[in-house]
Design a protein around this ligand. Structure first.
Ligand code: 13P
Length: 250
């Protein structure tokens, strides 16, 4: 049985005041025994603030991106080692917004994943097809190639150290959600690919669903056999919604 993970991706939202209010509400509402792992992935300038706000919280901290390089003359970049120093446990890599707006390809995403693992953090590797790719029957080949590039780059003995997030691009921020059956079909394919790489470890990997996950659809999505949690955008910015999704993760 895999423990579920509910991770908020704040994207480029927040402020010192808003982050403080949101995390105070979340921290106050969580009891001591939560049934799932929880994380928030904050914008880089707020990592120090969130590290302090989460110091004695059940909520882990994550970042939204990382450099593919270890150190050096890469203006604007933040390394995995730097993220680790600010208490990050998770790092999102290959989010579709980075793939489409910042031209990140599968090779770069694989390199970033390697760097995150080298620093002892957990990469949340995002995969997902566009509407056009889905409608032309390419979903399986697109997500297969995206995950395949990562699996080819990492040590097969470390497969269990990654988290995968299936985020159909057409469902992100649109209010359109994949049905539980549609999502499960892709998650099952991803599971097969993970266990094909390492049978024992692939069975342990958490595969999150992301794309308009909300309090009213979270429970049915997370009831599917290979949906092990959620990567939450908009609903993670509202404490009551985020907490309701956490409560749905059993
Ligand atoms: P929404 O939940 O806002 O659709 O965003 C999903 C997402 O992209 C999380 O990474």
């Amino acid at each position: 049985m895999r423990r579920k993970l509910v991770a908020g991706n704040w994207k480029m939202n927040g402020s010192l005041a808003a982050n403080s209010a949101l995390l105070a509400s979340v921290n106050a509402a969580l009891g001591n025994d939560v049934a799932c792992d929880i994380a928030v992935c904050a914008p880089a300038p707020y990592l120090a603030q969130c590290q302090a706000l989460l110091a004695s919280s059940q909520v882990a901290l994550g970042a939204q991106d990382v450099s593919a390089h270890e150190t050096g003359a890469y203006t604007g970049e933040a390394s995995a080692a730097m993220l680790a120093e600010f208490g990050c446990r998770y790092v999102i890599v290959g989010h579709s917004e980075r793939r489409s707006y910042f031209a990140e390809d599968d090779a770069l995403v694989a390199q970033k994943t390697v760097r995150v693992l080298q620093s002892g953090l957990t990469p949340i590797v995002c995969v997902g097809e566009t509407l056009e790719q889905r409608e032309s029957g390419k979903t399986a080949s697109v997500v297969g190639a995206q995950l395949g590039a990562v699996l080819a780059a990492i040590d097969a003995a470390r497969v269990a150290d990654i988290v995968v997030a299936y985020e159909p691009v057409w469902a992100i921020g649109t209010g359109k959600t994949a049905t539980p059956a549609m999502a499960q079909e892709v998650h099952a394919q991803l599971r097969e690919q993970l266990t094909g790489c390492n049978a024992e470890q692939g069975a342990k990997v958490r595969i999150l669903y992301g794309g308009s996950m909300k309090p009213d659809n979270a429970a049915e999505l997370m009831a599917m056999p290979d949906i092990d949690g959620g990567l939450i955008g908009g609903a993670a910015l509202k404490a009551t919604d985020f907490l309701a999704i956490i409560a749905a993760a059993k």
